[in-house]
Ligand binder design. Structure first.
Ligand SMILES: NC(=O)c1ccc[n+]([C@@H]2O[C@H](COP(=O)([O-])OP(=O)(O)OC[C@H]3O[C@@H](n4cnc5c(N)ncnc54)[C@H](O)[C@@H]3O)[C@@H](O)[C@H]2O)c1
Ligand SMILES: *[C@@H]1O[C@H](CO)[C@@H](O)[C@H](O)[C@H]1NC(C)=O
Ligand SMILES: *[C@@H]1O[C@H](CO)[C@@H](O)[C@H](O)[C@H]1NC(C)=O
Ligand SMILES: *[C@@H]1O[C@H](CO)[C@@H](O)[C@H](O)[C@H]1NC(C)=O
Length: 334
């Protein structure tokens, strides 16, 4: 464990996800209870007064591991010597905004932040993209940072993974920790495919395949999938705000396992750069796969059997991502 402070950037730092996230990072829940942290907080200029309030609260938490807080609207300050970058801020959809214009605005943000990573961050930096459209923003950031390995970029689908796990657990009447190896395939959107064909549930001491534990195939192939796919929208409808607490928790789970590894025999889901060598997913997409993580390196879990039901859903979400990529890459050129 290094006694040097780990330099961790959170963008969108004045927003609601960051408000739930910063405390967990600074108190040691993600990088360990002995790891000092320097927090770099980036937001846009009009949000600097709000960010100042967040900084005051972080100071008032009086946390032993938090050695330094730097709040800024300047990329050259925020991205300097980073060990970890958590890119939460992005352009939100406004009323009347065309899908293409929204994508264009986000390509501009993630092109610029990718270039800043390339220029200022450590070459070993781990980058997690959360701001939507997360998969494509991650792809654009990775393409804009050619000196950093593409494997060091990932996007968040752990929230979807946790949602799927919890739905199965509630159906079986067990804690979520007794459900393992659900998979989220593809885009972080309503076309994502939450797959339970390799999921097992620990029922009174022994591991049972998910379909045998749930005993309701129609639910697993129907309402379960749509509930997970549309959970984000359901939270917005109820709360009038998007998921923030659960998103922050998922970011912590993602980063902690990237840092310390996945538990023995378990895998997790994350959006990673596809090289076209796994499960027939096309290359040059950021697509969510099942992964094992060890020594800060992920490996796609290979050799899982994929039936026709799953195959069709995996292809549909890939198709959506290819279209979005092609439009985004056009914007990247201009
Ligand atoms: N991948 C996932 O699972 C997941 C889950 C939940 C939310 N999200 C996404 O996370 C993002 C943030 O959500 P939130 O609820 O915190 O939103 P929010 O609107 O509360 O906060 C976003 C913050 O980002 C800032 N920002 C905008 N552009 C920026 C830029 N170029 N650089 C730095 N900061 C910038 C805004 O000023 C704002 O303070 C959204 O895009 C949301 O859709 C993703
Ligand atoms: C992929 O998912 C993101 C995040 O939900 C969404 O914004 C985007 O529109 C999706 N892509 C397509 C092409 O639908
Ligand atoms: C299942 O859960 C029980 C506790 O409820 C635990 O003792 C046991 O080790 C678990 N089994 C497996 C295979 O994880
Ligand atoms: C990040 O890149 C380094 C090489 O610079 C590599 O050793 C490491 O495994 C990569 N991390 C991940 C998460 O793949």
């Amino acid at each position: 464990m290094s006694t040097l402070a780990l330099r961790v950037l959170v963008t969108g730092a004045a927003g609601q996800i960051a408000y739930s996230l910063l405390y967990s990072i600074a108190k040691g829940d993600v990088f360990g209870k002995d790891q000092p942290i320097a927090l770099l907080l980036l937001d846009i200029t009009p949000m600097m007064p709000v960010l100042e309030g967040v900084v005051m609260e972080m100071q008032d938490c009086a946390l032993p591991l938090l050695k330094e807080i730097i709040a800024t609207d300047k990329e050259e300050v925020a991205f300097k010597d980073l060990d970890v970058a958590i890119l939460v801020g992005s352009m939100p959809r406004r009323d009347g905004m065309e899908r293409k214009d929204l994508l264009k605005a986000n390509v501009a943000i993630f092109k610029s932040q990718g270039a800043a990573l390339d220029k200022y961050a450590k070459k070993t930096v781990k980058v997690l993209v959360v701001g939507n459209p997360a998969n494509t923003n991650c792809l654009i950031a990775a393409k804009s940072a050619p000196s950093i390995p593409k494997q060091n970029f990932s996007c968040l689908t752990r929230l979807d993974h946790n949602r799927a796990r919890s739905q199965v657990a509630m159906k079986c009447g067990v804690p979520a920790t007794q459900v393992k190896n659900v998979i989220i395939w593809g885009n972080h959107s309503s076309t994502q495919y939450p797959d339970v064909h390799h999921c097992v549930v620990n029922m009174s001491g022994s591991e049972v395949p998910c379909f045998d534990a749930v005993k309701d195939d129609a639910w697993l192939k129907g309402d379960f999938i749509t509930t997970v796919q549309q959970r984000g929208a359901a939270v917005i409808k109820a709360r009038k705000l998007s998921s923030a607490m659960s998103a922050a928790k998922a970011i912590c789970d993602h980063m902690r396992e990237l840092w310390s590894g996945t538990p023995q025999g378990e895998f997790t889901s994350m959006g990673i750069y596809s090289t076209g060598n796994s499960y027939g997913v096309p290359d040059d997409l950021v697509y969510s796969f099942p992964v094992h993580i060890k020594d800060k390196t992920w490996n796609i879990v290979d050799g899982l059997a994929i039936n026709d039901f799953s195959r069709a859903k995996m292809e549909a979400t890939a198709k959506e991502l290819m279209e979005e990529r092609d439009t985004a890459v056009e914007f990247l050129g201009v």
